[in-house]
Design a protein around this ligand. Structure first.
Ligand code: V47
Ligand code: SF4
Length: 365
């Protein structure tokens, strides 16, 4: 790898990357403070390329957001509604079945299911939902519930974390999405999402889930009130947990969208920050295999560009995204397989349709 570094502060970091040496907290902060985006991107691209060559992944998936009623009411969230609000909804098991059946002829390989914390739902609702989906969609993996929901379901069922996950697994749960940790900082937690579980509980739940043999993803919500140091600490905390469990499959940076939230004065993240965050994640998270450029949040065009800044995965076709679109996302609500493949091919890479576990799906168009 021959990388021209314009910022002299990046010379030693480029050497570490070239030699496969782990980056430190101060390296990550230096990367964040540097404006040499092209050098940072080239470093991240070299790491991605060494792992995946010309391949870039996507999954044919469908999102199911079963309820927007949520007791947490995080101030960055436009999606959540108080019980009784006109915009509140909760889908019955039959309504979820109907939404899956509407797409039953499509080759969906993953169902991504998350929702708010709704006091009116019983633990049986969740196991019934999983069992019903497994029955009608046996060919799709069920990736469901963030660590926040698992913590809530453990309270609801009265079971330990391990028992809760094993009952959900028995009913059909196969993997867990990221989400819920936001930025692991007590300051940000207490300011923006005080009712939601904090860093220690999120880590405890995630570690317990990994111990049961389920893989999860991890995310970072950035672009609100967090500092660079808080972002870097978040990444290093994830890296430490991954050293212990190896249970993270992918990391997904989530750019904050402020429309319709209590933080609507906060401007959108910039392309510079989005690309830098993806590249730094690739460089710092040396033990998390996949870095996703989530096109829903950063838009299709920047997600495609991110494939040269360390990302190896564009997430999925999605069909109908609600959480970010309620907060003002201007991207499409879903993309066809053809569009996903076109985005990847026109970047000179080879599209690989995958399942939730990064197995290549045969017979892709
Ligand atoms: O947990 C909420 C975040 C997450 C906003 O694991 C917001 O494969 C931006 O976790 N602006 C849900 N973000 C999305 C998520 C996810 C997405 C794609 C793939 C995967 C995966 C996981 O969205 C929430 C929260 O952290 N969020 N409100 C907002 N206004
Ligand atoms: Fe509820 Fe999740 Fe929205 Fe927070 S981000 S209010 S936990 S739905």
């Amino acid at each position: 790898m021959d990388i021209t570094v314009k910022d002299p502060l990046l010379t030693d970091i480029a050497k570490k990357v070239r030699e496969g040496e782990r980056l430190s907290l101060s390296d990550a902060v230096t990367l964040y403070r540097s404006s040499d985006l092209i050098a940072i991107g080239r470093m991240a691209d070299s790491v991605r390329k060494a792992k995946y060559g010309n391949k870039a992944y996507y999954v044919y998936n469908q999102h199911i957001n079963y309820t927007n009623v949520c007791t947490n009411m995080c101030s960055f969230c436009a999606y959540a509604e108080e019980e009784g609000s006109k915009k509140a909804y909760t889908w019955s098991i039959d309504e979820i079945r109907k939404r899956i059946m509407e797409r039953i002829d499509e080759p969906v390989k993953e169902l991504h299911i998350v929702g708010g914390l709704n006091r009116n739902l019983t633990f049986d609702y969740f196991t019934d939902m999983l069992k019903m989906i497994r029955e009608i969609r046996p060919d799709a993996a069920i990736k469901a519930f963030t660590a926040v929901e698992i913590d809530y379901l453990s309270g609801l069922s009265g079971f330990s974390l391990e028992k809760t996950v094993s009952v959900l697994k028995e009913a059909g749960l196969m993997m867990m999405p990221g989400g819920g940790a936001e930025v692991m900082s007590d300051r940000v937690h207490d300011t923006l999402f005080p009712k939601k579980i904090g860093k220690d509980r999120w880590l405890e739940v995630t570690e317990a889930v990994h111990r049961t043999g389920l893989n999860t993803n991890a995310t970072m919500l950035y672009g609100h009130i967090e500092t660079i140091e808080e972002r870097v600490n978040h990444l290093l905390t994830l890296r430490d947990l991954q050293d212990r469990t190896g249970g993270f499959s992918a990391f997904i940076p989530l750019s904050f969208h402020s429309k319709n939230t209590k933080l609507s004065h906060i401007p959108a993240t910039t392309a510079f920050d989005d690309l830098k965050t993806i590249a730094i994640a690739r460089l710092v998270l040396d033990n998390i295999p996949h870095i996703k450029a989530y096109w829903v949040m950063i838009g299709e065009k920047l997600a495609q560009t991110a494939l040269f800044f360390g990302a190896d995965d564009l997430d999925g076709t999605i069909i109908e995204e609600r959480i970010t679109h309620t907060a003002g996302a201007t991207s499409a609500k879903g993309l066809s397989r053809k569009s996903m493949e076109h985005m990847i091919r026109s970047a000179g890479l080879e599209p690989v349709e995958r399942d939730s576990f990064y197995n290549e799906v045969r017979g892709a168009a």
